[in-house]
Design a protein around this ligand. Structure first.
Ligand SMILES: C[S@@+](CC[C@H](N)C(=O)[O-])C[C@H]1O[C@@H](n2cnc3c(N)ncnc32)[C@H](O)[C@@H]1O
Length: 221
């Protein structure tokens, strides 16, 4: 399924800006892992979790690189072709190996059952009616004990792009029609706690961006 809105919005970031851009240092086009991922990396180390990992909506592969450095056989995909081109270059520059390909979170299929799955900032672009398909896909590629890291926009975000997410959960970017969905703790719990044990549900505040991010570290039951 082609996801035109996501591609229209993200392609310019990956094809024109990349990490050479003037965007703030915590932006997803930069290579440093975002804050929640550092907590997750530590969680994986402490719990001695190893094996195969998947980075959904991997962008420039900053989190794939983090996982590959930690010893995971790492796979990553993104809907944007330019993101995957950038990701391949970044992985090569880092002297690592990651299996990278173009795909969509709603279509992705794999025979591999992953030990770790990461989605940093991709799930929140789906429409509510698509959440079930996404979760079904995650269930098909995971097993009991799989660790799943998810970060999304939070309903505690303030004023963004002319809309108050507290009152209008979905905002639509003016030009591309990209959807942003804002999640509360209750939303995350309602969506995932039947199939996952939620180890941690936390937020990190707007550092240099107007968005507040929520992240969950979950384990497949
Ligand atoms: C905010 S960026 C985050 C990138 C990366 N996860 C990170 O944290 O650096 C979201 C990424 O998800 C990708 N994306 C959006 N919708 C997608 C979908 N349905 N399937 C796969 N990738 C998608 C975008 O192209 C973009 O690279």
């Amino acid at each position: 399924m082609a996801r035109r809105n996501e591609i229209a919005w993200y392609e310019p970031f990956w094809s024109e800006l990349g990490d050479e851009s003037i965007l703030h240092p915590g932006h997803f086009t930069k290579l440093k892992p975002s804050i929640g991922k550092e907590v997750f990396a530590e969680f994986l180390k402490q719990n001695q979790i190893t094996g195969k990992s998947l980075d959904i909506g991997c962008g420039n592969a900053r989190h794939s690189i983090m996982l590959a450095k930690q010893g995971f056989e790492t796979h990553g995909f993104d809907i944007s072709e330019s993101a995957i081109e950038t990701a391949k270059q970044k992985v090569k520059d880092a002297g690592l190996e990651v299996k990278l390909f173009v795909d969509s979170s709603l279509d992705f299929k794999s025979d591999v059952l992953f030990d770790v799955i990461v989605d940093a900032g991709c799930f929140h672009h789906l429409l509510p009616k698509e959440h079930e398909v996404y979760i079904d896909n995650i269930l098909k590629i995971s097993k009991k004990g799989t660790m799943f890291y998810l970060s999304t926009f939070s309903t505690n975000t303030g004023f963004v792009q002319g809309t108050y997410p507290k009152t209008e959960k979905i905002i639509k970017a003016e030009k591309t029609g990209l959807y942003n969905h804002f999640f509360s703790d209750k939303d995350i719990t309602n969506l995932f706690d039947k199939q996952f044990h939620i180890h941690k549900l936390a937020e990190y505040d707007k550092i240099l961006t107007p968005f507040v991010f929520k992240y969950a570290i979950m384990e497949r039951k």
